[in-house]
Design a protein around this ligand. Structure first.
Ligand code: ZN
Ligand code: ZN
Length: 377
């Protein structure tokens, strides 16, 4: 007897399957004959994937500049796991951890290498805030919560410190078991070449398709040689759309040249969720469908790629033994006008629409799903 059975779920490759859930884990996938306490008949009408993982959000409610509630950027929009990208450093991570234990959404943190985190826009302008002992102690306190480190390497953040904060971040990464390091790129200095040259396998460049002059493409539209070499070494590209860090033109050029993102993430927080241009992870994912990625490619970027990049070993796949985190969604044919962070727009004809999510075996409706009374969960 299973707890929950999803019948005739459509996978992104259009096969239909059944998925059984027990004790918060996926128990079986495929032909299933045993009964369940509850059965959800999807009749091939709705897609199911592993639960969506947003690799870059800001959901520390007490941050004075980039705050939100974990469930507002998570389960309410069909996202079962969010990774907060550096809202807190060592000073506030205890508070952040405590607050997020009440969330339905699974929350992880990339610890800001600055102990003050995002209480200010220039958290790396004062080198005294980069405290290796404080980072080490925080990582030790929360080994299952802190999944990596975050360094924001743009001029407004680092002030006069240039590339030095990144060198400190790489040293701290080594001191803490080679945790993934996510690096934000933006306006120079430091120059992107200086950043890319210092990154190694598993490091993550976020805001990878930003439209600022310090972007991944040269003025003639080719991938910078330093970024080509970094990708060849195993450096990963993360979207991190945000309010100011995503350009359709850059993404279209890069993707046409075969430079796909490893992960699609939103960089969402309350303001760009409510007023745009982000709105939700689903909208960001839909933009990538509009610029030429396939549905299986887009879903992989928020499931197995995201889990792999951040070493979330029980997540990202629809297979027995994995966490029972699933997203139920439609791909709806409808006209939709998207806007990037450069205020350029793109007319598209389909929209990913999350209707419900299963998190640790329990069902929750999204805002859209409950408005439409999509399921009885
Ligand atoms: Zn950023
Ligand atoms: Zn961010």
């Amino acid at each position: 007897m299973f707890d929950l059975l999803l019948r005739r779920a459509r996978l992104v490759d259009d096969r239909l399957t059944n998925i059984a859930i027990q004790d918060g884990k996926i128990a079986a996938v495929g032909e299933i004959n045993a009964p369940a306490d509850k059965t959800l008949e999807l009749a091939g009408k709705h897609y199911v994937s592993a639960g969506w993982i947003d690799s870059h959000v800001h959901c520390y409610p007490n941050s004075p500049i980039y705050n939100d509630k974990p469930d507002s950027v998570g389960i309410a929009t069909g996202v079962t796991t969010v990774v907060d990208a550096g809202s807190t450093g060592a000073d506030d991570v205890d508070d952040f951890y405590t607050i997020t234990r009440d969330a339905v959404t699974e929350v992880y943190a990339l610890l800001n290498i600055s102990r003050v985190g995002l209480i200010t826009q220039n958290e790396l302008a004062n080198m005294a805030n980069i405290d290796a002992a404080a980072v080490r102690d925080a990582v030790k306190r929360y080994p299952d919560f802190i999944v990596g480190l975050k360094a924001r390497m743009s001029s407004s953040v680092v002030g006069d410190n240039g590339i030095t904060p990144l060198e400190r971040a790489k040293a701290m990464q080594q001191q803490n078991g080679d945790l993934p390091l996510m690096v934000h790129i933006g306006n120079n200095p430091p120059n992107l070449d200086e950043i890319a040259e210092r990154l190694s396998a598993g490091d993550i460049i976020t805001h990878c398709y930003n439209g600022k002059p310090n972007r991944i493409l040269t003025p003639s539209g080719e991938l910078r040689a330093s970024v080509t070499r970094a990708i060849a070494r195993g450096v990963r590209l993360d979207v991190g759309h945000g309010s100011a860090s995503f350009s359709f033109a850059v993404a279209q050029q890069a993707i046409a040249a075969g430079i796909l993102p490893h992960t699609i993430s939103s960089d969402i927080y309350c303001r760009n969720r409510i007023h745009g241009p982000v709105y939700s992870l689903a909208k960001v994912m839909s933009k990538f469908l509009a610029i030429g990625m396939s549905l299986p490619q887009v879903i992989a970027c928020v499931t197995d790629h995201a889990a792999e990049g951040l070493c979330l070993r029980r997540k990202g796949r629809l297979a027995p033994g994995f966490d029972a985190d699933l997203t139920i969604f439609d791909l709806r044919r409808q006209p939709v006008l998207f806007t990037d962070a450069e205020n350029d727009s793109l007319q598209a004809d389909q929209l990913l629409t999350p209707l419900a999510a299963i998190r640790a075996g329990k069902g929750y409706m999204t805002e859209q799903g409950s408005a439409e009374h999509a399921f009885d969960l």
